[in-house]
Design a protein around this ligand. Structure first.
Ligand SMILES: Nc1ncnc2c1ncn2[C@@H]1O[C@H](COP(=O)(O)OP(=O)(O)O)[C@@H](O)[C@H]1O
Ligand SMILES: [Mg+2]
Length: 504
């Protein structure tokens, strides 16, 4: 058994970990959960010999062991896949794995392709790691840790950038390894379904402390969420769309038999005002392209896309249609687009919160030229307050946690009464508090309708009135109400039809 006892670590005035204790048992997958900044990564860095704690001990079967460096960690059989990567960017995947496993490059090259392929990541293993996508780097980070044949395997938010199928494969590989040797596994994830589905035991962290430990079988999803945010039992903290779909509302966006240049094929989908429509699917089924067509970034090859906007001064009944060939300015004030993908969401790290909020508005030359600086500052303050972000409008965004950065970016949606909002994986890798703030923001959007893609089916179930599932470029199923469950979505994602339902 590997134990961490009473760990503490401060960085200057920042208390990263106050008092953390954790026990990992060989043959078990142990989840470490908690909000962003609760100290999870710091505990992991101590276990990996990357960070020296101020206080506390690490014990192996009761005896104190010294993990003063990554080398010590390796000697004790501890291998870690890090959230912020341990890969050397200028070296290839083969070279990185050769360094970690002490095997010749030739040997590594032989197994690496196959290992990556098994996790749905196909790429050139001889290319420098810096040229790889985040998804591929995460998979590589995992494969590299596993290849060290560890006694203790630690995965710090590796699954955040993976799709459902890859997550399945990853835990499959972990279990396979465990069947050969009793590995103790520690997993950090924000996705509660991963904890409930794949893990045996869970430790909860809050504000630098480990507050409790539970066998997963004793926990409901709701209870687990409550433990993370620190709410009393039964206070009903789970979010659910819950409300009936807005049937009487007019359509704000219609895609009619739309095909794209790449994958999207013959998609018909409409979104009503006040409606949140989800798009689900395994990676690469055409969701990206569908979103970019719906947001009018791309022209369809076939079919028609209509976004309806009530013109100013027009009566309730009057609507107008805008189609992809209108002016950029018209599109920008009608269709809102935000991505939760850190690489693509457009965060200007060294700029202020205000600049980050107004980035799109600034870019739309002239559109906001009539707003005074004091008004911009006032608006920024209001938005920060609404999103529960402690911060000053002039503060640089890089000083906020990842989750709070994401809230600021989604705050852009509050600047303009968009008719139609397109969201790409809105809460990718953010903690439960930020996820809630972002969900509230999405649901509070009463002026228009929303189309949202998420790599997390639970998020779609929580958030959406209706979810369309894509498979090989087409929408194969749509689910609402009681039919909208993890199991129906999961089946449809694999291109299977749900029993008793007709295929379209
Ligand atoms: N190197 C560092 N310097 C200063 N503060 C840090 C450092 N590493 C972590 N922290 C702070 O310690 C707290 C816990 O961080 P971390 O362990 O990364 O949390 P988690 O992984 O749970 O999100 C956060 O407030 C973070 O800003
Ligand atoms: Mg972390």
């Amino acid at each position: 058994m590997l134990e961490v006892r009473n760990l503490a670590k401060t960085y200057g005035a920042v208390v990263a970990v106050q008092d953390a204790s954790l026990a990992l048992t060989p043959g078990e997958i142990h989840a470490l959960v908690g909000a962003n900044g609760s100290g999870k990564s710091t505990v992991i860095k101590v276990l990996s010999g990357v960070v020296r704690p101020d206080r506390g001990s690490i014990r192996w079967n009761g005896a104190v062991i010294n993990v003063a460096s990554p080398r010590d960690a390796r000697r004790h059989g501890i291998a870690t896949a890090f959230q912020d990567f341990s890969l050397i960017p200028t070296l290839s995947s083969v070279e990185n794995c050769a360094l970690a496993t002490r095997q010749p490059a030739k040997v590594v090259a032989r197994w690496l392709d196959e290992a990556l392929d098994g996790l749905g990541a196909r790429f050139d293993v001889w290319a420098p790691v810096e040229t790889l996508t985040v998804n591929h780097r995460m998979v590589l980070e995992f494969v590299k840790a596993l290849a060290q044949n560890p006694q203790v395997l630690i995965l710090d938010e590796i699954t955040a950038a993976l799709d459902q199928e890859q997550v399945d494969c990853l835990f499959g590989r972990v279990r396979e390894q465990m069947s050969r040797r009793p590995v103790a596994v520690l997993v950090v994830t924000h996705r509660l379904s991963e904890v409930l589905q794949y893990c045996d035991r869970v430790t909860v962290m809050r504000d630098g402390r480990t507050v409790s430990e539970h066998p997963v079988t004793e926990l409901s999803r709701t209870r687990l969420a409550e433990l993370i945010v620190g709410e009393a039992e039964g206070s009903g903290s789970m979010d659910h769309a819950g409300t009936a779909p807005p049937v009487g509302e007019p359509h704000v966006a219609e895609l009619v038999q739309v095909s794209g240049r790449h994958r999207v094929s013959d998609v018909t989908l409409a979104v009503r005002r006040q409606e949140v429509v989800g798009v689900s699917g395994l990676q690469g089924q055409g969701q990206d392209e569908l979103l970019s067509l719906a947001a009018l970034f791309d022209h369809p090859k076939k079919g028609e896309i209509r976004i309806h906007r009530r013109a100013e001064g027009e009566s309730e009944g009057g609507r107008r249609t805008i189609v992809p060939r209108v002016s950029q300015r018209e599109i920008a004030r009608t269709v809102g687009y935000v991505s939760g993908d850190r690489a693509h969401r457009g965060v200007f790290y060294r700029r202020s919160l205000t600049d980050n909020l107004f980035a799109q508005a600034y870019a739309m030359q002239g559109m906001f030229s009539w707003i005074s600086l004091s008004r911009i500052t006032r608006q920024t303050r209001e938005i920060l307050e609404r999103l529960h972000i402690q911060g000053h409008p002039e503060q640089r965004i890089e000083t906020l946690s990842g989750g709070n950065q994401q809230r600021v970016i989604f705050g852009r949606l509050l600047l303009n009464p968009f008719t139609f909002v397109v969201l790409d994986d809105p809460t990718l890798g953010v903690d439960i508090h930020s996820r809630r703030a972002i969900h509230q923001l999405i649901r509070a959007h009463r002026e228009g309708g929303t189309l949202v893609y998420s790599s997390d089916n639970d998020e779609l179930i929580e958030l959406c009135h209706r979810v369309a599932v894509m498979f090989e470029g087409r929408i194969v199923e749509e689910f609402t109400d009681h039919e909208l469950t993890t199991s129906t979505l999961g089946h449809a994602m694999l291109g299977r039809t749900v029993q008793g339902r007709e295929t379209r």
